[in-house]
Design a protein around this ligand. Sequence first.
Ligand SMILES: *[C@@H]1O[C@H](CO)[C@@H](O)[C@H](O)[C@H]1NC(C)=O
Ligand SMILES: CC(=O)N[C@H]1CO[C@H](CO)[C@@H](O)[C@@H]1O
Length: 398
Amino acid sequence: INPAKYNGHLPIEIKAVPEGSVIPRGNVLFTVESTDPECYWLTNWVETILVQIWYPITVATNSREQKKILAKYLLETSGNLEGLEYKLHDFGYRGVSSQETAGIGASAHLVNFKGTDTVAGIGVIKKYYGTKDPVPGFSVPAAEHSTITAWGKDHEKDAFEHIIKQFPSVPVSIVSDSYDIYNACEKIWGEDLRALIEMRSADAPLVVRPDSGNPLDTVLKVLEILGKKFAPKENSKGFKVLPPYIRVIQGDGVDINTLQEIVEGMKEHRWSIENISFGSGGALLQKLTRDLLNCSFKCSYVVTNGLGVRTGLFRDVNVFKDPVADPNKRSKKGRLSLHRTQSGDFVTLEEGKGDLEEYGVDLLHTVFRNGKIVKTYTFDEVRDNAKLKESELEELLH
Ligand SMILES: *[C@@H]1O[C@H](CO)[C@@H](O)[C@H](O)[C@H]1NC(C)=O
Ligand SMILES: CC(=O)N[C@H]1CO[C@H](CO)[C@@H](O)[C@@H]1O
């Protein structure tokens, strides 16, 4: 092939579902076709790099499922969704394999939430998508263990006091388990520094951060101790809420399963989840594999000129695999398109049947053609496509 023919660009066409769309498993998400018969093999040349989108897809899906859990319990224990976007903070920067992974994974989590410490994700979003807001993610001043332990074991109280005084007018998160989380809650926060905390406004709460122990037991015990020192109020749903100047963030051992356990445990103990938030690191960005959602890319259609003989007659062949030992691995046949049925469900049509008018428009749009990106999405559009729908919220509550 003459490299000048495409000016160095790839003669392929990629069609894809709009970014951020929530599509049930088992459907086509994108297709790749060679646009030049001389370069039929290009589709497989780009396979590996394109299948790597399993990673942001899986991070975003898992993060969105956690958002559904949080939304359900937030509604049940407070009656509204205020603060939902800040309920699951990305703590995963150090737990991922590279800067690139951090940037891609963190940006995928930011599709659903706005709290992140994985700064690399902000750069990715600004560079490739853009948002109306100057930045797509936020954080708060926060202590880490060294900023407490460097004061020495006998001076935890001095460390706490110093830090809260440094940040009087913004939320400040303070890791409180360097030695004894329960003593810190009861004696240091609850007695020694109590007056200083009570002076803080609802916009600048102290956020107590436990960081060890069984997550559910620790959260419940911390709430119980803090609740004895800082009298909780009952909200309109009859759940307990700590005063506005004090909150809790659990950022240790949080994954989709423990998150469910913690919020369920809080509900059982009559605590509202409106004044707790969560941090998740390794489980959010790294403890995921391609097998979790079974993302794959398969040849489904070829055009041949017969059985290796140049006859000049082209033949369309619908291609698929169907391994005897795993029916889950059967692949789809022929040219694929994605549609919505009248009841609103997504359906993948095989063998080019989507071309028949009766099925309505194909939801896959050309995003790349012969070297040019022909369709892009802003991050606000991606977020909008992925937002929780009324129907999902209703389903969660039933
Ligand atoms: C992925 O494939 C495995 C093995 O075929 C199957 O057991 C599992 O249910 C699939 N997972 C999803 C999310 O489809
Ligand atoms: C009573 C109380 O402190 N409520 C706060 C709990 O958290 C929400 C969401 O961040 C605040 O808006 C409330 O003021």
